[in-house]
Ligand binder design. Structure first.
Ligand SMILES: Nc1nc2c(ncn2[C@@H]2O[C@H](COP(=O)(O)OP(=O)(O)O)[C@@H](O)[C@H]2O)c(=O)[nH]1
Ligand SMILES: [Mg+2]
Length: 208
């Protein structure tokens, strides 16, 4: 996969605004501040495409980015696990996510981002259970590998893989700073798009 161009397409603020077109989608999920926007910028080689923030929890919308003039859309989903949100906001978030997973027929894969330094949280596990529930294939990507030495990063990768019950080889280690993992992720996108839409459930989690 060579990314030739990537542009902001649109945002959905409510279930009714979720796109229902035929362009394949790859969605990015993870807790607030895990590096979702930075990840999209890394892969699309556009530092200004998805807004990144030092202040967690600011992305409340579903943001769509069109890659290679309609080849696929990157979908930046609202983050979870932000402490200072009201129950009403949490409920709204859950409704949006459910609406997205239930109605996005063109969704091909979810990139689940996990901070390589942190243990897998209850919210992460809830997200993984969601994905299994909706039969959505996903790819686990550990972010911010530049924060650790190479050997510490490999240790953390093994631990995280164990917690989410997939093989360590299926966990991609990445850094928006050093660009580690970028080539693997581009290759993964190629694989995902070449599956086509023929059987959207079979690759779930890529386990073992
Ligand atoms: N060192 C390092 N910092 C990162 C990396 N990815 C994101 N960040 C930082 O983490 C913070 C949150 O990133 P952002 O992309 O906005 O996270 P989001 O809330 O998941 O979209 C920002 O300060 C980023 O600069 C990375 O790979 N390495
Ligand atoms: Mg963001």
């Amino acid at each position: 996969m060579v990314i030739k161009n990537a542009v902001y397409l649109t945002s959905a603020a409510s279930a009714a605004q979720i796109l229902k077109g035929e362009t394949p989608e790859i969605a990015v999920v993870g807790r607030s501040n895990v590096g979702k926007s930075s990840f999209i910028n890394l892969i699309t080689a556009n530092n200004k495409l998805a807004r990144t923030s030092k202040e967690p929890g600011r992305t409340r919308l579903i943001n769509y980015f069109s890659v290679n003039s309609g080849e696929f859309n990157f979908v930046d989903l609202p983050g979870y696990g932000f402490a200072r949100v009201s129950d009403a906001e949490k409920k709204k978030w859950a409704e949006m996510m459910e609406a997205y997973f239930r109605t996005s027929a063109s969704l091909r894969n979810v990139f689940l981002l996990l901070d390589i330094r942190r243990d897998v949280s209850g919210d992460d596990v809830t997200m993984i259970n969601y994905l299994y529930h909706f039969n959505i294939p996903f790819t686990v990507i550990c972010t911010k590998s530049d924060k650790l030495s190479r050997s510490a990063a490999m240790d953390r990768r093994r631990k995280i893989a164990q917690s989410v019950k997939i093989g360590a080889d299926n966990v991609i280690v990445s850094s928006a700073l050093t660009k580690q993992g970028k080539a693997d992720i581009l290759q993964r996108i190629d694989e995902i798009l070449s599956f086509g839409g023929e059987d959207n459930g079979a690759e779930g989690g890529e386990d073992e």
